[in-house]
Design a protein around this ligand. Structure first.
Ligand code: DGY
Length: 328
């Protein structure tokens, strides 16, 4: 019997075909809604591999029922939806999709920064609604980006790619990260600072840190209060890093000037979410890596990792190095 592979979201058939010659493959056939938990658990029982997306909760309960499972290939660089300790206990390989999405996610992050600073969404809406009556000196005036200070919190490869873009805009680049980034310091002139100092000095605070026990709730009342009143906050990482109520209050009370958000605490948000009542918020539906080229490459990387592991080889992008040497 061929090993069974379950794909938790509808993906193009030309990608699925890469698995079908070697494996029995099934897929949740909806693009716009996640696989129901009961079905995910049911399919996991016999799956040797799961192709998952970031809204799937891959937890201990799932690992407990999955007696055949060898690999979870998660179509994201982040893997906060997966219980790594439980995976390690069961000797299951967890793979993600780093690198292939770096530049695309940096593009979107910078686009969000620019859109928020220059009020692009509000201005486009203004034209569509027939509000544009004449040119006027301060019509929809935003704030400059060039020659300002960007503060990047989480200087991984996406952070560095954002810094590269910021350098092109002659920005001063501050960063805060668990470890120093020599290359970014030497090549981009990025300056390491403590978080508080970064928050006080940056015109744009850009969150690109992974969601971990340390970063959960990192941005709260106190952090927003430290920022300049003119500061713009960008989050293209994970929603739970930010206390959304505190962010709302900071925006409402004009403690900061605006926010560009690609991620939220609970996704998707509904149209009556309080943050959407604020004009100085640009909200996107978690599309950081969403270019056709990059999403294709992410899917193909998941397929490659599944093929490699089920053929007894090492995957290309393993998250839990603990798995090595304990291969099932
Ligand atoms: C990731 O890869 O973690 C992104 O958030 C998905 O777009």
């Amino acid at each position: 019997m061929k090993p069974f592979v379950y794909i938790t979201r509808k993906i193009p058939s030309e990608i699925v075909e890469n698995l079908q010659s070697n494996f029995e493959v099934e897929m949740w056939e909806r693009e716009d809604s996640p696989v129901p938990r009961t079905i995910l658990l049911e399919k996991s029982k016999k799956a040797s591999a799961l192709f998952t997306v970031l809204s799937d909760n891959v937890d201990q309960e799932l690992f407990e029922v999955s007696s055949e499972l060898k690999v979870v290939a998660n179509m994201a660089v982040g893997f906060d939806n997966i219980d790594l300790n439980a995976a390690n206990e069961k000797g299951i390989a967890i793979c993600n999709t780093p690198d292939v999405l770096t530049e695309t996610t940096a593009d979107l992050t910078f686009a969000l920064l620019m859109a928020t600073a220059r009020r692009v969404v509000e201005a486009a809406q203004f034209v569509r609604e027939g509000e544009w009556k004449s040119w006027s000196p301060l019509l929809l005036a935003g704030t400059d980006i060039h020659h300002k200070t960007i503060g990047i919190v989480g200087m991984g490869s996406i952070g560095e790619a954002v810094a590269k873009r910021a350098k092109g805009f002659d920005m001063e680049i501050l960063y805060h990260n668990r470890s120093r980034k020599q290359k970014a310091e030497e090549e981009l002139g990025a300056v390491y600072t403590e978080l508080d100092e970064l928050l006080k000095r940056a015109d744009f605070v850009v969150c690109l840190a992974p969601l971990t026990a340390e970063t959960k709730g990192l941005f709260q009342k106190e952090q927003f209060r430290m920022m300049k009143k003119s500061a713009i906050f960008i989050n293209a990482a994970r929603g739970p890093i930010v206390n959304e109520e505190n962010l709302y209050e900071a925006l409402q009370n004009k403690e900061i000037a605006g926010a560009g958000l690609d991620v939220f605490d609970k996704e998707p948000i509904s149209a009556d979410h309080p943050l959407l009542t604020l004009k100085n918020v640009v909200a996107l539906p978690h599309i950081g890596s969403s270019s056709r080229e990059t999403r294709y490459n992410m899917m193909m990387l998941c397929v490659e990792n599944i093929n490699l592991i089920l053929n007894g080889d090492k995957p290309k992008t393993l998250v839990n190095k603990e798995w090595l040497g304990k291969e099932k």
